[in-house]
Design a protein around this ligand. Structure first.
Ligand code: HDE
Length: 718
C-alpha cells in the first residue's frame, strides 16, 4: 500500500479518514510499507555482506513476502472459474401488482448490478470452453438491500434434493486418486453416479446439447431454475420462474471447436466479455417472468417445486419486464470478481422462496461457503456491501472493517433508545409468506417428483435435426471416454432408452452397445412409488422455445477473418470492412507476417494478426478476397487451407470473391454453382467478380446470422 508523498499524517485513527480505495499508482506517490514507512530499496533484501545470507531483521522483506504467501483465498468449491461485469437493471413498466420490490416499481430507475458468469466443474485456472453448465449470478444493489439471483444458463438441475449435491459434485470433479480429467464430465465417476440417478436425465439432455458450449456469455439464456415467489404490497403471492433472454439471441459453438479453443485461447469467453464492454458493445438481456397464480399450483403434469422440470413457454408465456445491461468492467479481478459472495438467501421484500428442496438446501449452503471462503465479514467488502444503510448487532470477527461506537450491541436495549429497532413499516420490511404447513417429519421424496423422463423426451422432440445430431455425438463422445463397460450399458439401457428409442439406438451404434430398455420408471426408490395421476393436467410434447435453431437477430460483435497476401484486391477488403462495421461486426486482416501487405493498387494494408497466431476457431466467419497474386499465395499455404476447411467443418459462413474462390477449391469445399453472380449455398457465399461487392456483403452478412450444420462433413452414421 502506498500513500501520497506530501499527504499529511492522518490526524485521527478513525477508519473513515483512511481512504483504502485510493489509486496506489497516482503520479508522485512513493512506496511505503503497510505501516506507512517510506521505502528506499524494494529490490534488495537486507544481507550480512553483499554475498551473505539475508537477515531475520529485514522486516520489510518479511512483510512483503508473508503478504504474498497469503494472497490466495480458497477458490469456490464449484463455479471456481468465472468472470464478471458491472451494469444496471431497469424495468419497462411498474410491476407493482406483482411485487413490492423497489427495483420493480419505477421505469426511470436504474438499479446497479454485478453479474458473474462461470463454469461449474473446472478449477479457477481452467479453460473457458469445456462442455459445462454456465453460472449466471446477478447481484442487484437495490434501495432495500442486496438481492442475488444466482442462476444458471440451463433451466433445470441434475438433482431434486440438495442433500445429493456433494455426491453430484464429487462425481463430476476430477477423480480423486489422480485428479484427472480437469473440467470434463466425460469420465467414469460422473457416469457411474448419473447412470444411477434417473432424475438427472432431463438436465443431461441440455448438457449434451450445444447449450453448454455458448459462443459468448452475451449469447446465453439465464434461468433462476427454482420456482420463487413474488409478493405485492397487499401480501398477495404468486409463483414465478425467472428468465434472462439475450438480445443477441442464443448462439453456441460446436464441440470440436470448443475443444480447440481451450488450447488456442483458454480465456476465450472472459476476453470476449471484457473486450465487448471496452468497445461499447454492451451485453444485454431482458428479464422474463413466468407467473403462476397460487390457485394454479397443481394444474401441470409436473410439480412446480421439482427443479428438474421447466414450465413450457407454451403453457405459461414468458413476460418480458425489464432489461439488464453490462457496461463496466471491474477495476480489480480479485477484489470484485473473486471476492463477490452470492447467496440465494439474499432477497428483498417482494421476493420470496418456494419449498423446492434444492432451493431450501442452497439457502443454507451459500452463506456457509462465503464464511469459509471470504470470511464472516464478507458483506462488508466493497463488492458485497449494500448501497443502502445497514445496521444490526453483529460484531467483531475476522477482518472487521467497521469501528462500532458505543456500548450497546444487543436487543432489546434501553441504553441506545432501543436501536437499531425493528422496522415499524410492515410493507418495507421483509416477511415470509405465511404459507400453511402441515405434515409429518419424513425423509422422503414427493411422488409428484417421480416422472424423470417425460421432459427429457420433450427436449429431444423439440430439437432440429442438427441439434439431435449434436446430442447423439455428445453422448457418444462422453460414453466412449467411460472405461467401465457396465456403466456405459446401464446409462444406455436404463436412462437413454427411456428418453427416446432413436436416441438410444444411434448412441448405441456409436459406442458399440445394443440398448435394451430396462426400468422404464427409473430405479430410485422414490420412483417406484405410484406416480400421481396427471391426466387432464397441462402438458406439451414439443416446445419451440427449447430449440436453438433460429438465426441471430444480427451479427454485432462477431469477428471475421480476412485472409490476405501481397497483391490482394484492396477495394474488396475495404468494401466488406465497411459493410461489417455498419453492422457492428469486427474484422481482422490475417497475413503470414505482421506489418502490412501491398494491395493490387500498391497501397499498404495493415495486418492485424500473423497467420500462426490466428486459429480459425477464434473467428465466426472467413472472407477470402480476390487479387490474383494474393490468391495464388494463399492457395500454397497449408495454414490458409486448413483455416478454411476447419471453418467449413464448424458450419461457419465462408465468403470469397473472384480469385479468392481458388482457396475454397484447394480446401475441397463444395461450391455453389457459378451463376455469374453472387451465390449463397449453406453459408458458402461466392461472387465471381468485384463489381458484385455490395450484393456479396449482404449475402455474407446474412450467412453469418447462423451456423450451417447441414453441411457437416463428419456426421456420425445414423
Ligand atoms: Fe450453487 N453453489 N449450489 N447452484 N451456484 C455455489 O457458492 C450449491 C445450484 C450457482 O458466481 C457455491 O460461492 C448447492 C443450482 C452459481 O460466485 C456453493 C446446490 C444453481 C454459483 C453452492 C447448488 C446454482 C454457485 C460455491 C444444490 C442454479 C456461482 C461457491 C442445492 C440455480 C456464484 C459459492 C458465483 C456457487 C452450493 C445448486 C448456481 C457451494 C448446495 C441449482 C451461479 O455454495
Amino acid at each position: 500500500m502506498a500513500v501520497k508523498k506530501k499527504a499529511k499524517p492522518a490526524a485521527t485513527t478513525d477508519a473513515k479518514s483512511i481512504d483504502l480505495q485510493k489509486d496506489t499508482q497516482e503520479p508522485g506517490q512513493i512506496l511505503t510499507t503497510n505501516q506507512g514507512l517510506p521505502v528506499a530499496d524494494d529490490q534488495n533484501s537486507l544481507k550480512a555482506g553483499v554475498r551473505g545470507p539475508t537477515l531475520l531483521e529485514d522486516f520489510h522483506f518479511r512483510e512483503k513476502i508473508t503478504h504474498f504467501d497469503h494472497e490466495r483465498i480458497p477458490e469456490r468449491v464449484v463455479h471456481a472459474r468465472g468472470s464478471a461485469a458491472h451494469g444496471f437493471f431497469q424495468v419497462f413498466e411498474p410491476l407493482t401488482e406483482l411485487s413490492k420490490a423497489d427495483l420493480f416499481q419505477d421505469p426511470s430507475k436504474q438499479t446497479p448490478v454485478f453479474v458473474r458468469f462461470s463454469t461449474v466443474a473446472g478449477s479457477r485456472g481452467s479453460a473457458d470452453t469445456p462442455r459445462d453448465v454456465r453460472g449466471f449470478a446477478v447481484k442487484f444493489y437495490t434501495e432495500q438491500g442486496v438481492w442475488d439471483l444466482v442462476g444458471n444458463n440451463i433451466p433445470v438441475f441434475f438433482i431434486q434434493d440438495a442433500i445429493k449435491f456433494p455426491d453430484l459434485i464429487h462425481a463430476v470433479k476430477p477423480e480423486p486418486h489422480n485428479e484427472i480429467p480437469q473440467a470434463a464430465s466425460a469420465h467414469d465417476t460422473f457416469y457411474d453416479f448419473i447412470s444411477l440417478t434417473p432424475e438427472a436425465m432431463h438436465m443431461m439432455m441440455w448438457v449434451m446439447s450445444d447449450r453448454t458450449l455458448p459462443r459468448s456469455f452475451a449469447t446465453m439464456e439465464g434461468f433462476g431454475i427454482h420456482t420463487f415467489r413474488l409478493v405485492n404490497a397487499a401480501g398477495k403471492s404468486r409463483f414465478v420462474k425467472f428468465h434472462w433472454k439475450p438480445i443477441k439471441g442464443v448462439q453456441s459453438l460446436c464441440w470440436d471447436e470448443s475443444q480447440k479453443i481451450m488450447g488456442k485461447d483458454a480465456d476465450f469467453q472472459r476476453r470476449d466479455l471484457w473486450e465487448s464492454i471496452e468497445r461499447g458493445d454492451f451485453p444485454e438481456w431482458e428479464l422474463g417472468l413466468q407467473i403462476v397464480e397460487e390457485k394454479d399450483e397443481f394444474k401441470f403434469d409436473f410439480d412446480l417445486l421439482d427443479p428438474t422440470k421447466i414450465i413450457p413457454e407454451e403453457l405459461v408465456p414468458v413476460r418480458r419486464v425489464g432489461r439488464l445491461i453490462l457496461n463496466r468492467n471491474p477495476d480489480n479481478f480479485f477484489a470484485e470478481t473473486e471476492q463477490a459472495a452470492f447467496h440465494p438467501g439474499h432477497v428483498v421484500p417482494g421476493v420470496d422462496f418456494s419449498n423446492d428442496p434444492l432451493l431450501q438446501g442452497r439457502l443454507f449452503s451459500y452463506i456457509d461457503t462465503q464464511i469459509k471462503r471470504v470470511g464472516p465479514n464478507f458483506a462488508q467488502l466493497p463488492i458485497n456491501r449494500p448501497t443502502c444503510p445497514f445496521s444490526n448487532n453483529q460484531r467483531d470477527a475476522e477482518s472487521q472493517q467497521i469501528v462500532h461506537k458505543g456500548r450497546v450491541a444487543y436487543f432489546p436495549n434501553s441504553l441506545a433508545t432501543g436501536c437499531p429497532m425493528h422496522s415499524p413499516d410492515a410493507v418495507a420490511a421483509f416477511s415470509s409468506v405465511a404459507e400453511k404447513m402441515d405434515g409429518n417429519k419424513v425423509r422422503q421424496r414427493s411422488p409428484s417428483f417421480a416422472d424423470h423422463f417425460s421432459q427429457a423426451t420433450l427436449f429431444w422432440n423439440s430439437m432440429a435435426d442438427w441439434e439431435k445430431d449434436h446430442i447423439v455425438n455428445a453422448f457418444s463422445f462422453e460414453l466412449n471416454m467411460v472405461e467401465t463397460q457396465a456403466i456405459r450399458e446401464r446409462f444406455l439401457s436404463e436412462l437413454l432408452a427411456n428418453v427416446a428409442d432413436e436416441l438410444a439406438q444411434r448412441v448405441g451404434k456409436n459406442i458399440g452397445i445394443k440398448p435394451a430398455r430396462r426400468n422404464p420408471k427409473g430405479i430410485t426408490p422414490e420412483a417406484s412409488a405410484p406416480i400421481p395421476k396427471t391426466q387432464g393436467r397441462k402438458s406439451v410434447t414439443a416446445s419451440a422455445a427449447l430449440s436453438m435453431d433460429k438465426p441471430a437477430p444480427g451479427i454485432k460483435g462477431k469477428k471475421v477473418a480476412i485472409l490476405v497476401a501481397d497483391g490482394v484486391d484492396g477495394k474488396q477488403v475495404a468494401a466488406l470492412q465497411a459493410a461489417l462495421a455498419a453492422e457492428g461486426a469486427l474484422d481482422e486482416v490475417i497475413a503470414r507476417f505482421p506489418g502490412t501487405v501491398k494491395t493490387d493498387a500498391g497501397k499498404d494494408l495493415p495486418v492485424d494478426r500473423p497467420a500462426p497466431n490466428a486459429a480459425s476457431v477464434l473467428f465466426d466467419a472467413v472472407f477470402i478476397p480476390g487479387g490474383a497474386a494474393s490468391a495464388a499465395t494463399l492457395a500454397q499455404s497449408t495454414l490458409a487451407v486448413q483455416f478454411v476447411a476447419e471453418t467449413f467443418m464448424h458450419g461457419k459462413a465462408i465468403g470469397a470473391i473472384a480469385e479468392g474462390i481458388d482457396l475454397l477449391n484447394k480446401a475441397r469445399i463444395d461450391l455453389p454453382p457459378d451463376a455469374g453472380h453472387v451465390t449463397s449455398d449453406q453459408g458458402v457465399v461466392t461472387a465471381p467478380a468485384s463489381r458484385d461487392a455490395g450484393a456479396f456483403a449482404k449475402a455474407f452478412i446474412q450467412a453469418m446470422t447462423q451456423r450451417h450444420y447441414d453441411r457437416e462433413t463428419e456426421k456420425l452414421p445414423a
